[in-house]
Design a protein around this ligand. Sequence first.
Ligand code: GAL
Length: 436
Amino acid sequence: MRNRSVATVAIATIAALGLAACGSSNEPEGTPGGQTSSLATTAGGAGGEVGVFTWWAAGSEKKGLDELEKLFKEKYPNDTFVNLAVAGGAGSNAKAKLASDLKNNQPPGSFQGHAGAELLDYIDAEQIEPVNDVIQALGGDKVFPKNLLDRLTVDGNIYSVPSNIHRANVVWANTEVLKKAGINAVPTDIKGWIADMEKVKASGVATPLSVAGTWTQLQLFETILISDLGVEKYNGLFDGKTAWDSPEVKQAAADYKTLLTYANTASDGDDWPVATDMVIDGKAAYNVMGDWAVAEFAAKGKKEQTDYQYFAVPGQEGVFDFLADSFTLPKGTKNPGGTKDWLMLIGSAEGQKAFNLAKGSIPARTDVPATDFPPYQQSAMEAFKTNDIVSSIAHGAAVSLAWNADMSTAISKFYTTKDDAGLVTDLAAAAKKYLP
Ligand code: GAL
């Protein structure tokens, strides 16, 4: 198990999702969630402290966590919830603190980890334990989609409990700004989108597109890759079938460079709400952001269609750029009983409804009624069922933490140099380090 590479798992999950023609010999054995061990729990909770480590420290993200904390206190009165959140979207600060706590054998009660390649890092480092019993007690593959459980499974063991699914390839747009610019149709490709940005500029909005710090730029870039490469070639970037210096990647780098000429100047530390708020405030027409953004629009009292609109990044209608948060049972944690109470709560239908309503994401469970959610989330639930699913680079689904770090360095360097050929060279060099 320990020698399974990230790329091997990427291939296994892609195969499981039906996105590649290759066989599934790398798929974990056994039915995910099908283990038989039972879960011993105490009514009211095991007692003691449960430190929960996330990066949901502010704004709408904190509201989601607050919902979980409230329910946890209600269901497990014997336990004490300790909020260990470290501010910074996408775990931009949290991940370093977590890595050092894990290295120093100071694991929290549970920590947030992305389904897919990122989780594999923790599994390979032997920092987390299987949670088969919890998944089983929650309903296993009767309530969690197989394509999600596959991303949490290595050699038949499931290593985390998913709390939600997010979509990364969404454009959020200001209705009034588009109207003023005379834009009334959704562009179908990057070229068309750039033409619309020209119209926005001509209408007097200096920065049609908003971006924030490095991880938001990496996320924007990944969506341009998806548009310019298409699903199959994009997936091929993670198993070596698509070269990182192919003409399509070069095109994506060139398009990304053009897009940034329409964007504001961001500081590295700018977190995502800075960019999303520019759309909310009418200072930009567009922001590419994961659908945690919908919670920000809601928090600012904005109404769908009247105030804002959303659509898949041009060129990827029918494609869902996937990421999922999940929670772990760290090896050596002081109160594993309390951790399992937490995992049971976040994996329950009640916990998932409360959390995802506040967070903008959709439940990982399939038995939470869509009608309980606002229109955006209903559309995302439908899209997750029917679209082609691809894995997010910026949010741990497609690449390991180390590969993500190298790509972030390349994207950050590019933000200064604007040298698209250099970006391709750096990305190809990074891929070479991590592909088998
Ligand atoms: C992602 C995470 C989301 C959201 C986002 C912005 O990595 O999966 O839940 O928190 O970062 O911070």
